[in-house]
Design a protein. Structure first.
Ligand SMILES: O=C(O)CCC(=O)C(=O)O
Length: 354
């Protein structure tokens, strides 16, 4: 895809790379991308053997690796193959009226009793999911998105495919960066046009695209103040409150300053999504079903000697801990916001203090 050529000159340069809108790819067109009111730059697309790719991963910056063969045996997967071979386990399927599948943590729902999720999760057999997807494809009211951790209920052929993944390459990636264990592989099967709104995860992620194309827009952790995450105790913790399609600039004025990094991944591509990087992911419009498997790893342990100034993601971790500690100390998550506001309002304005 042309995205590669635009950044080949120096993909690791901070100011390198073309604006994403100047680029177009193989297998998809600009018209399949939703429109958003912010600028983006292209995420570099590189061979896994290119030393610049290693540099980017070392710096915890995103890169698309085009030739890892990470999920090579799965490139034959489609909905029919999976229906025949994935087994009789239960699959977690989100169902929504609209295209946006905003994640929420069911365990935190009791903290915010008035919260009404816009999607619901149901456990079902794979065949039921396929049926629901077909209904939706012929104009049904509801969209579906399967998001299930791969487990030992899968059939033999899927196990064989899984064992044929390029574990040699990915295990080396993990060990040379001292990452913790692989925590899970999430299988995602989405309908065209489905959107996972912007959020960050507290894990390292190799995101392997298997079928169809997904547009991935990433933002670095230092754009925290532009993306307005929900409070930590809210079910939508780690998700941005900003509706990218209709941003409320009165409530979220810094969203005007957000600048993304963007790519479209297709079968065989692996996107490195660094821990704490925001990511918005959409299955292309009119692009058919998408299949992805991600590889989530715990991050490296905190180094013994802390280096200052702290990095943006370390500050995000501190902010999360402060919110959690206050929630516990106050005994009520609803008191966290008022206390934080009382602490800072009218007190920490640098100009007034000077
Ligand atoms: O592919 C998607 O829709 C979301 C995946 C995601 O958020 C992740 O892998 O962390």
């Amino acid at each position: 895809m042309a995205a590669a050529t635009a950044v080949e000159a120096d993909p690791t340069a901070a100011d390198g790379g073309a604006g994403f809108s100047e680029l177009h790819g193989a297998g998809w067109t600009e018209s399949q991308l939703r429109k958003y009111p912010f600028q983006t730059r292209a995420i570099p697309r590189l061979s896994h053997t290119d030393p610049r790719a290693e540099l980017l991963i070392n710096k915890e910056e995103p890169v698309v690796l085009t030739d890892t063969n990470l999920v090579y045996p799965a490139l034959k997967w489609d909905v029919n193959y999976l229906e025949e071979n994935i087994g009789n386990g239960d699959f977690s399927v989100y169902i929504a009226e609209k295209h946006k599948f905003l994640y929420y943590d069911e365990k935190k729902m009791s903290n915010f009793e008035n919260f009404v999720p816009k999607s619901r999760r149901e456990d079902m057999k794979f065949s039921e999911f396929v049926e629901k997807m077909h209904e939706a494809q012929v104009g049904g009211e509801q969209r579906v998105y399967l998001q299930q951790t791969l487990n030992d209920t899968v059939g033999k052929k899927i196990v064989v495919d899984f064992l044929g993944f390029n574990w040699n390459w990915i295990n080396k990636q993990q060990s040379k960066r001292n990452w913790g264990p692989l925590t899970s592989n999430l299988l995602l099967i989405g309908m065209e046009g489905n959107v996972t709104p912007a959020h960050y995860d507290e894990q390292q992620n190799f995101f392997a695209q298997i079928r169809g194309h997904k547009r991935c827009i990433l933002f670095p952790p230092d754009q925290f103040d532009c993306l307005y995450p929900y409070p930590v105790h809210h079910p939508c913790d780690r998700q941005s409150q900003v509706d990218f399609e209709n941003p409320d600039y009165d409530k979220f004025p810094n969203f005007k300053n957000v600048v993304g990094y963007e790519t479209v991944v297709g079968p065989g591509d692996v996107l490195y999504i660094p821990m704490y990087w925001w990511h918005h992911i959409e299955s292309l419009l009119n692009g058919g079903v998408t299949i992805t498997v991600n590889f989530w790893y715990k991050g490296a342990p905190t180094p013994k000697r802390i280096e200052y100034p702290l990095k943006a993601h370390q500050k995000v971790a501190i902010m999360r801990n402060i919110e959690k500690m206050l929630g516990e100390a106050l005994g009520d998550p609803h008191e966290v916001g008022p206390l934080l506001n009382m602490m800072i309002k009218g007190r920490y304005d640098e100009q007034a203090l000077s």
